[in-house]
Design a protein around this ligand. Structure first.
Ligand code: SF4
Length: 507
């Protein structure tokens, strides 16, 4: 059988810069990648949102000819060579040379001179080192193809741009940075790196790369971990909270594969937070600081609101927002009265209109003016309420008052409790099963990223009404589970502290 040749693309080049083993695995053994991330429909809806940015950016260089993204790469190459001699502006031209492929964003003929300017459009809201490398990679391919380009630039979203609600002002929405000198400077290093990466792709077996800082969120992490037999031990050392990858490597080299391998002497090196996790692993029991927990819970005032928001981040801002700003679309509020009666209020935007006004109005009605507002990781809920206060001055007082009532359950958990089944994480999804034996596994949406992907799908005009109804019910169940989870957790904590939430307590 003929051996498949793997080419280098811009995306693969960046992967290879991070880890050559991952580059090899992505091309030769994609089957070893863990499944995860967004559902395909949600991902497609998100990509559609991102593509709108690319299309808008073309407006800064009008009158161009598009090399259709629907063409195969070979067809796009042929179309590019046909158009290049006469085109003033080309959108998405294709180039290939020496095993390197690229689809550029925009190529502009320089007025009054010879040659082109290469323009790379990024969804990000600022200049990053990897963007310079991407630009240099493309410059390299164009140079190898003999294209006479003189300048390269980067167009990215301007995070400071405030959308007033009419048409986007392209000059304000985007920032263009000339990267000709920076790209030229790193071109030799990029060229050398492509040679190394092409060599890796030609190999029969993946290169050896030690598990390290480059690994978080890698889809091959399970495969690599299994290879070093780290995950096979109970309570692997990596589950020690706040353990840096560097320290993890040091412990592994010292033979400490499991938290249970840490001796009293080594425990002296741990932070108090890590020490509590270590003690919980050794004892198999919940480790709790009862006195501090009681102090924390005594601060709660009735009615206690257990509140959670869901949001999504569109690249292009809604009216009153900025690029990549958080747009809240859903909240859930479980309210515990002192007599232990429970109410539940919730809001989910319809996906057709700007949700912010309704979100804020309904939220303030549910929160009222009394009682603690318990959230899990307060920075997010507080930042959303601050942004709403800024957008809707008439609701500023109510929102600022609500912010003053916020109590962070995550902070209380971190300060007072440890359990070995948290497995190094204090996320609600980890602590809930360990503390109260409940889970998220029965839900259609089980984490915040899926909720945001679901909302993208809900907004997509191509989503069927049946699917929209399914997503709505999954979103409501998910957000409601989060606030119910906080209520259960608080009850459990009150048990551990030897107090009751409600009835026996005074406000
Ligand atoms: S888990 Fe780490 S070492 Fe393995 S492929 Fe991914 S990044 Fe590379």
């Amino acid at each position: 059988m003929e051996k498949k040749t793997h080419h280098l693309t811009r995306g693969r080049y960046l992967t290879g810069r991070r880890c050559k083993k991952r580059l090899w695995l992505e091309c030769h053994r994609p089957d070893l990648a863990a499944e995860g991330g967004d559902a395909p429909a949600a991902l497609a809806a998100k990509l559609k949102d991102g593509r709108r940015v690319g299309v808008l950016a073309r407006g800064m260089f009008p009158g161009g000819v598009l090399v259709s993204p629907d063409l195969s790469f070979g067809q796009a190459l042929a179309a590019t060579s046909r158009l290049l001699p006469t085109a003033e502006v080309l959108y998405e031209p294709a180039f290939s040379a020496g095993g390197l492929l690229t689809r550029s964003d925009i190529l502009v003929r320089i007025k009054g001179g010879d040659g082109f300017k290469l323009v790379e459009v990024k969804l990000g809201a600022g200049l990053k080192d990897r963007y310079i490398e991407e630009v240099a990679y493309q410059a390299l391919v164009l140079r190898l193809c003999g294209v006479n380009f003189r300048r390269v630039s980067l167009v990215h979203l301007n995070r400071e741009y405030l959308h007033r609600g009419d048409q986007y002002d392209l000059d304000e929405l985007f920032t263009e940075i000339d990267l000709t000198a920076k790209g030229e400077f790193i071109l030799p290093a990029v060229r050398a790196e492509t040679v190394r990466q092409l060599d890796v792709l030609r190999r029969e077996a993946s290169p050896e790369v030690a598990f390290g800082e480059q690994c978080p969120e890698c889809p091959f992490a399970s495969h690599c971990n299994a290879a070093v037999e780290v995950e096979t031990v109970s309570y692997p050392i990596g589950e020690l909270p706040h353990l840096s990858p560097k320290k993890r490597q040091i412990y592994l080299k010292r033979g400490l594969k499991s938290i249970l391998d840490i001796t009293e002497e080594v425990a002296g090196e741990l932070t108090p937070f890590q020490k509590r996790a270590w003690a919980a692993c050794r004892s198999g029991e919940i480790v709790v600081d009862r006195a501090l927990l009681k102090v924390e819970l005594d601060r709660l005032a009735f009615p206690i609101h257990f509140l959670d928001f869901e949001s999504y981040s569109p690249a292009l801002p809604l009216a009153g927002g900025r690029p990549w700003g958080q747009v809240p679309f859903q909240w859930s509020d479980h309210i515990l009265q002192q007599d232990e009666t429970l109410e539940h209020h919730e809001f989910l935007a319809d996906g057709e209109r700007d949700p912010l006004g309704e979100f804020a109005r309904n939220l303030l009605l549910a929160l009222g003016e009394a009682g603690s507002i318990v959230v899990y990781n307060k920075s997010f809920e507080i930042s959303v309420m601050k942004e709403l206060a800024h957008l809707f001055p008439a609701r500023r007082d109510g929102l600022e008052q609500a912010i003053r009532r916020v109590v962070d359950l995550l902070e209380i958990m971190r300060k007072t409790v440890a359990h070995r089944d948290f497995h190094g994480s204090y996320s609600l999804k980890k602590v809930l099963p360990a503390m109260v034996g409940r889970e998220y596994a029965d839900l259609g949406i089980q984490h915040g990223r899926a909720a945001s992907g679901g909302y993208f799908e809900l907004m997509d005009e191509d989503t069927s009404p049946e699917r929209k109804a399914e997503i709505r019910s999954a979103l409501l169940a998910y957000c409601g589970r989060d606030t119910e989870a906080m209520l259960f957790l608080c009850r459990k904590l009150a048990d551990l502290a030897g107090i009751a939430l409600g009835r026996r307590r005074e406000i």
